[in-house]
Design a protein around this ligand. Structure first.
Ligand code: TXA
Ligand code: MG
Length: 348
């Protein structure tokens, strides 16, 4: 156990999962592992507990959170006007990294969906998350949980990442430790709330691809349009470390590294090809699953390396890399021109 731990406890045993479920029932916040990223959980039926998540994250009140359900829990507890496609997708991908946006049932507090008339539902695949959901309110509750990071920051994929985000924050009662999240990037979000008029819409790409969804419901999810429900993970700037992030193609990267280092710049590299030595680096697997699994830990590690810039080797394009490219594009948003600026400014 880590000495930086002040407000939270690290818990792994069955007894403790029960304790965590009781804490949630009392309106406290519990961080827990999922197969995508760690979530900061609260009782979705308790508006004060949901408000505490927003306060702890520093997240705007009008951003909806995902409600997590135990395997087999009825969708009708939370959603209305549920199309058959929702049941088909749940049967195919739950427990798993897919979130469905549906019309919100009238009795569900609007706080959980940021005042929108829809609700995001997901049944996660991590055994600790499932045990927690089964113990919480006898398996019939919903745990509202955004990623357990401060608003706009990199999502956590280990319990230690969660502690790094919230150690000083007494509002997080417990952190359940389930090891490193297998998938490593947030769930795919598909909007089915306007299916009749707009078809399925992919609000956030992830491990479950648009093609995999189409194979189940025979309709290819479209890219979001102007009227699509808002999703904070779809803001232009998100998933960002504190150090500026730039992405470059493999072909130009070696030259850029040389030029920047000649000017005394400290570079942190996140890459998958052979590259020259730098101030710090993490080499990730050259396949999308392995890259996604390790990406957020790599960004956090490089953020702590004291570099002037995190330079990421742009992954290949293509559907398998859609989730990773989406997150990297957002992490690098606002840093455009940074490489040019560092090349032209006088070194310190
Ligand atoms: O993998 C995940 O989805 C993780 C784990 C913890 O389950 N959760 C996660 O939550 O990424 P969060 O809050 O960081 O991102 C959830 C996204 C946000 O972009 C939010 O706006 C969107 O889902 N969302 C939730 N409910 C929605 C709704 N009713 N309409 C539109 N977007 C919604
Ligand atoms: Mg998030």
């Amino acid at each position: 156990m880590n000495s930086s731990l002040t407000a939270s406890q690290i818990i792994t045993s069955d007894v403790s999962i029960e304790t965590a479920a009781r804490a949630l029932e009392q309106g406290l916040l519990v961080a827990f592992p999922t197969e995508t990223v760690y979530g900061l959980g609260a009782d979705a039926a308790n508006p004060a507990a949901v408000a505490a998540i927003y306060a702890a994250k520093g997240r705007p009140q009008d951003h909806p959170v995902i409600v997590h359900l135990a395997p087999g829990a009825p969708l009708t507890d939370w959603a209305a006007e549920i199309p058959p496609e929702a049941y088909q997708l749940a049967a195919a991908f739950w427990p798993g990294p897919l979130t469905m946006i549906l019309k919100r049932a009238a009795h569900v507090p609007s706080a959980v969906s940021g005042g929108q008339d829809t609700i995001g539902l997901r049944c996660p695949a991590h055994p600790v998350a499932i045990a927690l959901l089964e113990q919480f309110k006898g398996g019939r509750g919903g745990i509202a949980a955004p990623s357990a990071n401060k608003f706009g920051h990199v999502s956590p994929t280990t319990a230690q990442h969660v502690r790094d985000e919230f150690a000083a924050d007494a509002s997080v009662a417990m952190v359940l430790d389930g090891g490193a999240s297998a998938v490593g990037i947030e769930s795919t979000i598909v909007d089915l709330s306007r299916l009749a008029t707009h078809g399925p819409v992919l609000l956030r790409p992830g491990h479950i691809s648009a093609a995999a969804i189409a194979a189940v419901i025979d309709m290819l999810p479209a890219a979001p349009d102007q009227a699509a429900p808002r999703a904070s993970g779809t803001l232009e700037s998100h998933y960002a470390p504190h150090t500026p992030v730039a992405m470059q193609e493999t072909a130009v990267l070696t030259a850029t590294i040389g030029q920047l280092q000649q000017r005394g710049r400290k570079l942190a590299l996140v890459h998958y090809s052979d590259l020259p030595a730098s101030h710090a680096h993490v080499r990730l697997p050259a396949a999308p699953e392995g890259f996604a699994h390790a990406l957020y830990a790599a960004l956090r590690q490089m953020d702590g390396s004291g570099a002037d810039l995190i330079l990421v080797e742009a992954p290949p394009q293509g559907p398998d890399w859609a989730g990773v490219n989406d997150r990297l594009r957002r992490a690098a948003h606002g840093s455009s021109g940074i490489v040019h600026g560092l090349l032209n400014a006088v070194a310190p």
